[in-house]
Structures are given as structure tokens and as C-alpha cells.
Design a protein around this ligand. Structure first.
Ligand code: NAD
Ligand code: MG
Length: 364
């Protein structure tokens, strides 16, 4: 087992990474104060892992009272109405302030459970058991929680850190291949923004990851968590360096919004977005063209898309990018690559003609 520490003073917490950790109820129990836990999961994961998780906790401590609530599966259910089901269940079960909410699932379940925990009786304990690559390498670490609003994704939420993150890499065995690749996109992102060694390792080991080789998966998840933990420890509330985690996301969000839920998975849109950001960085003269080529090749080797859909026009990109969260005082800020592999900047200070050139190159 590998352990990565997220250093946030008295709110610091461990990330455990290993095979079959879901069987290790005693380890989870250590991070559950009190005697009541509410497992929040969805209809897909319920069938795969709910019994296992419940049994492991019960085996570790027969006194622990374990309840569960099963939400519908899908990004379209990541909203306030469905979130209410968690609070309904907690109140029906008469759960008090000493309770722990346990998120068992991907990023949707993790984000919703964290927000539910932050607000239930003004805050109860929270632990994360992420079961997708996306949630294991990104969303379960760092404390961003919340739900979507009809007018915008992740617009309602809170920063709320878990007491631990338990990553059982064996759970990835049941993950659909497309979901696996989507998460890999965020791992490539860490390589591009701050970890050239990880990027180079990915170039030599992508097939092993896609085949779910346990050692390769453990390494990729651990390196990703180390990177995320370092960034979050330096800038928990995204006043500075945390924004670099949005590489490719401004282009990507435009693609996700334009095509609607489900057409592109988040990591797929980010994959295209990272290639577009790299392309623009080359045009600005900030990186060598070989970094763009290697980025495109690496993402393609994971089966990820690297060009936007034909339906997306230059005008659509411009309009949707203008509403991005990173727009400050009317000026678009982007995460762009700069310097040798592993370097990036967050800036609004670029020649806008280069953005136009990139959009023209990617849109038909
Ligand atoms: P997801 O939670 O929708 O999971 C993807 C699909 O895989 C779902 O159908 C799910 O039921 C299924 N699934 C989950 N684990 C499985 C398993 N082990 N075996 C088989 N199927 C399994 O999507 P995701 O990609 O995990 O997360 C995306 C969400 O995370 C988005 O809502 C996004 O906004 C959020 N997110 C948050 C942060 C953050 O910092 N909080 C970061 C990145 C993404
Ligand atoms: Mg992302």
C-alpha cells in the first residue's frame, strides 16, 4: 500500500492507495469518528461494491451502524433535488452531528456526498472511497464539492475536505474502458503542467495502464495524487497555482457545453482542450513543437480524442470560452504551456491573434 499525505494543517489527511483496500474495513474505521456511517452511492456501484464495503466496516466493528442511500447514476442527477435524497435519508435514520458520510463511487458521488456532508447539520465527517480513475487521481483529493445548476456546472458547492481518501485500485477492473481513458487525460495533465518525469513514464507505460496492470495503475494514481496534493496544499481555495489544474479545461468546457452532457466525457473534452492549449503555446513561441506532437501522440495512444467535433465553430468556442470562470474583468485567462516539458502559466497576457489561429486550425 502507498500513502500520500495532503498537508493542510489540522485538516491534513491521508490518501491510501492499493489493491483490495475495500476489504480493509479497519483502516476506514480509523477515520470514522463515532458509531454511525451513511454510505452514499449510485445504482451501478451498489451492485458492485456496496455489500463489500458494508461487510468490511461491520467486520472491523460490529457496533458500527451502517446505513446507505443509493442515488440514480449520471451527471444529469448531480443536482440539488437528488442531493436532497441524502439529507432525507440521514434525517429518517436520525443521524446526528457525529455521523460520517462515506462517498462510494466516481466523481459525481464524491462531489455530491462532500457537499451533503458540508451542509448536513452544519457539517459532519466525510470520507472518500473513489472508484473511477477520474475520482482517484483528481476529484476525491482537494475538497471541491458541489452540484450542478441548470445555468452552470458545479456552480453550487463548498470547499470541504475529507478525513481520508481510500483508493482501492482493484475497483477499476469493472470500469468501462472509455471511463478509464477519460481519467487518464487528467494524469497526462499533471505531466504537462508540473511533472515531466510522469509524462515520460506515461509515454512508455500507456498500454500497461489501459490493460490495468496493478503496478502501473498504482504508480500513475500515486504520482497524480502527489501532484494534486502538492498543488492543493499550496493553494487550497484556488487563489493562484491551483488554477494550473485547469489546463485544457477552458477549451474543454466549451466543447462539453456545446455538445451537451454525455457526448464527450469530461476527460475526453479536456484531452482535446490540452492539445489546443499546446497548439496555441507553440504559436506563441512558448514551447517547442515537439511537446505538442508528444502530447497529441500520448493522448491518442490512450484512445482519447484530440480534435473538436465538426459541429463546433470558431464563434461557438469564442462565445463559450468568454463565460469561463477564469475570465477576470472581461479578459480571458488561459492555462498555457511555457518552457521545457512540465512548465505552464496561467495568463491573460497573450497575443489574441494566436488564439484565433489555433481556433482556425481546429475548426473546419
Ligand atoms: P462518474 O462519477 O459519473 O462515474 C462515471 C461512470 O462510471 C458512472 O456511470 C459510474 O456509475 C460508473 N462507475 C464508477 N465507478 C465504477 C466502477 N468501479 N466500475 C464500473 N462503473 C463504475 O464520473 P467521474 O468521471 O468519476 O467524475 C466526473 C465528475 O467529477 C464530474 O461531475 C466532475 O464535475 C467531477 N469532478 C470534480 C473534481 C473536483 O475537484 N471535485 C475534479 C474532477 C471532476
Ligand atoms: Mg478536470
Amino acid at each position: 500500500m502507498r500513502v500520500v499525505e495532503v498537508d493542510l494543517g489540522d485538516r491534513s489527511y491521508p490518501i491510501y492507495i492499493g489493491q483490495h483496500l475495500l476489504n480493509d474495513g479497519a483502516r476506514l474505521r480509523q477515520h470514522i469518528p463515532g458509531n454511525r456511517v451513511l454510505i452514499v452511492t449510485n445504482t451501478t456501484i451498489e451492485k458492485l461494491y456496496l455489500q463489500k464495503c458494508t461487510d468490511a466496516l461491520k467486520a472491523a466493528d460490529p457496533q458500527l451502524q451502517v446505513d446507505s442511500v443509493v442515488l440514480p447514476d449520471g451527471e444529469e442527477y448531480k443536482n440539488m433535488e437528488v442531493l436532497g435524497q441524502v439529507w432525507d435519508k440521514a434525517l429518517e435514520c436520525r443521524l446526528d452531528r457525529g455521523t460520517t458520510f462515506l462517498a462510494l463511487g466516481g466523481g459525481v458521488i464524491g462531489d455530491m456526498t462532500g457537499f451533503a456532508a458540508a451542509a448536513y447539520q452544519r457539517g459532519v465527517h466525510f470520507v472518500q472511497v473513489p472508484t473511477t480513475v477520474m475520482s482517484q487521481v483528481d476529484s476525491s483529493v482537494g475538497g471541491k464539492t458541489g452540484v450542478n445548476h441548470p445555468l452552470g456546472k458545479n456552480m453550487i458547492g463548498a470547499f470541504y475536505q475529507p478525513r481520508c481518501v481510500l483508493i482501492d485500485t482493484t475497483t477499476l477492473d469493472s470500469l468501462p474502458r472509455r471511463e478509464l481513458a477519460s481519467g487518464v487525460s487528467e494524469i497526462v495533465k499533471y505531466g504537462l503542467i508540473r511533472d515531466a518525469e510522469l509524462f515520460e513514464w506515461l509515454e512508455g507505460n500507456m498500454q500497461r495502464i489501459l490493460e490495468r496492470d496493478p503496478e502501473a495503475i498504482a504508480h500513475a494514481v500515486e504520482r497524480s495524487c502527489i501532484n494534486k496534493a502538492e498543488v492543493v496544499a499550496a493553494d487550497e481555495k484556488e487563489g493562484g497555482v491551483r488554477a494550473t489544474l485547469n489546463l485544457g479545461h477552458t477549451f474543454g468546457h466549451a466543447i462539453e457545453t456545446s455538445t451537451g452532457y454525455g457526448t464527450f466525457l469530461h476527460g475526453e473534452a479536456v484531452s482535446i482542450g490540452m492539445v489546443m492549449a499546446a497548439d496555441m503555446s507553440v504559436r506563441l513561441g512558448w514551447i517547442d513543437a515537439s511537446i505538442l506532437q508528444r502530447t497529441r501522440a500520448l493522448l491518442q495512444s490512450a484512445g482519447l480524442p484530440v480534435t473538436p467535433p465538426e459541429s463546433m465553430s470558431i464563434a461557438a468556442f469564442k462565445e463559450l470560452m468568454a463565460v469561463d470562470k477564469k475570465v477576470q474583468a472581461g479578459k480571458l485567462r488561459l492555462v498555457l504551456l511555457k518552457g521545457p516539458l512540465g512548465g505552464c502559466v496561467v495568463t491573460g497576457d497573450f497575443d489574441p491573434a494566436k488564439l484565433d489561429e489555433t481556433l482556425a486550425a481546429f475548426c473546419s
